[in-house]
Design a protein around this ligand. Structure first.
Ligand code: GLN
Length: 187
């Protein structure tokens, strides 16, 4: 199995390490020709969504990638990746792929709580460690979106069709259950 990781900006290397650790192959998406390679899943890493979105457009990777996601390519998106997928943002005019019917709030935890760590259930899994870094949360999810996790009442993990999207960074903790779930669903 081969997983493509968007490698324009942000925490892509950490994602690649996890994918390899779990026995799958990795491929970095850096330029349009990388999109013609074959892969079974896609990771949209954390980082800065505006920078990633602009680079995707400038490099002419935006439209082809959006078509792949619309076509059902399995996607794991973390943090900035969630913002790239979201249909809209309540505190930013920009939106990107718009394949995930949710409204996100960027940098939703403010300055004081910019970064924090907690442990919460996720889907059917108990006690998943969650590291948040200037994270968004999901303010509103449309009805075909399955809510997998909340922290303090706010939605931080969802699944909708082929898309699994998180506010936090599971690659920064040592618990591998979320990545395993992503890979198992592809298999
Ligand atoms: N604050 C970033 C954004 O708005 C997301 C942060 C992250 O990916 N850790 O794009």
């Amino acid at each position: 199995m081969k997983i493509a990781v968007l490698a324009l900006q942000g925490a892509f290397y950490e994602q690649e390490k996890v994918i390899r650790e779990l026995g799958a192959e990795c491929l970095e998406l850096r330029q349009p020709k990388d999109l013609s390679k074959t892969f079974d899943g896609l990771i949209l890493p954390g980082g800065e969504s505006t920078a990633q979105g602009k680079l995707l457009r400038e490099l002419n990777m935006f439209e082809p990638l959006r078509e792949m996601i619309r076509g059902g390519l399995p996607v794991l998106a973390t943090c900035a990746g969630l913002i790239l997928l979201a249909e809209k943002s309540s505190n930013d005019d920009r939106s990107w792929f718009q394949t995930l019917p949710v409204t996100v709030r960027r940098n939703a935890y403010g300055r004081q709580l910019g970064s924090f760590h907690t442990v919460q259930d996720f889907g059917g899994m108990k006690d998943i460690p969650m590291t948040f870094i200037r994270a968004p949360y999901i303010e509103k999810a449309e009805k075909d979106v399955e809510i997998l996790a909340r922290v303090d009442g706010n939605i931080v993990g969802v699944r909708c069709r082929n898309q699994l999207a998180l506010s936090f960074h599971p690659e920064l903790d040592s618990d591998r259950r979320i990545h395993r779930m992503f890979l198992e669903n592809i298999r």
